[in-house]
Design a binder for this molecule. Structure first.
Ligand SMILES: C[S@@+](CC[C@H](N)C(=O)[O-])C[C@H]1O[C@@H](n2cnc3c(N)ncnc32)[C@H](O)[C@@H]1O
Length: 339
């Protein structure tokens, strides 16, 4: 949900860990949906008609929930009800739930609508978990593979340490920049490509010339080069003046797949924070990803812990490795406030 908030710049009312509500004026719906399409972790967008927290498990509860709203959008049209149960809640069958919600919508329209399970004009959706339930009209269900065209499979230059386009996009989205973004450890350029795909200007740095050249090849291949620059340089001493970036998004090396070029890991991360604070504008955010788990130095897990407003989001990779995405909104202020 944080990704959605950062991309749209709007707060969500959290109904549960996986369901959130956003207030949007009618005239803004199209532009907000275009932004939501850019979010990796978002699964569906509904025009919410009714919602509740701590829902009862019985079917009647969901019929009443749907009946508590008017359904003018459905009048004169055909619709089907689809149900999504999060964590297996409620225990009732999806078919039974859909039937009861469908009855309620049909009655609310005074019968001026038609149920069509094969080719409906509208999908009425019930999403439920043990924490919350929401019923509404489905507005957007983005394809999960929409970022795949920039995956390693289609890159002319690849490396085992490459981020997936989805993970790179999450970093860019959390960075919430609207201008210029820096990736100081750009590798094959995954973060840069996602940043440009979101319309940002992007600058990448890598200490390894072969990587920097490879990133540039990839960026040209994906037609991202017009808004991008790649430099060979050391992220510990960035060749930029103060306050010239709106965000820094980084995937620093941790010595397993990506080389540290003989540098001590902890110092690489510490310098990432101090150098980012220097090159970021006042409101700029730092987002970085670091490993946790067996074989990862303990000291790495402490990186950034002293910063105010450090947010941490775990990303499971495999049983021996979890990555954590760390977000520090307004890095400079976070450092100033650190005792
Ligand atoms: C984990 S990889 C980045 C992978 C990249 N996100 C991608 O998707 O391809 C880390 C990169 O940092 C580079 N690197 C290591 N130490 C560096 C330093 N001090 N300054 C700049 N780049 C460095 C490595 O050459 C490597 O390409």
């Amino acid at each position: 949900m944080r990704e959605v908030e950062r991309v749209t710049g709007r707060e969500l009312l959290r109904l549960g860990s996986r369901i959130g509500l956003m207030a949007v004026e009618l005239g803004e719906v199209r532009s907000v949906i275009a932004l939501l399409y850019e979010c990796v972790l978002l699964q569906e967008v509904l025009l919410a008609k009714a919602w509740a927290t701590n829902p009862r498990p019985d079917v009647e509860f969901y019929r009443e929930l749907a009946a508590s709203s008017e359904w003018s959008e459905v009048e004169g049209r055909s619709f089907a009800v689809r149900v999504r149960k999060l964590g297996g809640f409620p225990p009732a069958s999806s078919i039974e739930l859909a039937a009861r919600v469908g009855d309620a919508v049909y009655d609310a329209c005074g019968g001026r609508c038609r149920i069509d399970l094969s080719k409906p004009e509208l999908i009425v959706k019930l999403v439920a978990s043990a924490e919350a339930a929401v019923v509404g009209v489905l507005l957007l269900k983005p394809r999960g593979d929409r970022f795949r065209l920039r995956s390693s499979r289609f890159k002319p230059f690849t490396h085992p340490a490459s981020l997936t386009p989805e993970d790179a996009r999450i970093l860019v989205n959390l960075a919430a920049a609207d201008g210029r973004i820096l990736d100081p450890f750009c590798g094959t350029g995954s973060i840069l490509a996602e940043a440009v795909a979101r319309g940002l200007e992007a600058v990448g740095v890598d200490l390894d010339e072969e990587m920097a050249r490879g990133a540039w090849r990839n960026l040209k291949h994906f037609s991202c080069d017009a808004l991008c620059d790649v430099l060979v340089s050391d992220a510990r001493m960035l060749p930029f003046r103060e306050s010239c970036f709106d965000a820094v998004a980084a995937d620093p090396p941790y010595g397993r797949l990506a080389p540290t070029h003989g540098l001590e890991l902890n110092s690489v991360y510490e310098r990432l924070i101090s150098e980012s604070a220097r090159v970021l504008r006042d409101r700029g955010s730092l987002v970085f990803i670091k490993p946790e788990g067996s074989g990862v130095p303990r000291s790495l897990e402490k990186v950034g812990e002293g910063l105010k407003h450090l947010e941490r989001y775990p990303v499971y990779v495999h049983s021996g490795l979890t990555r954590v995405i760390c977000l520090v909104p307004r890095l400079r202020a976070a450092i100033r406030r650190t005792p």
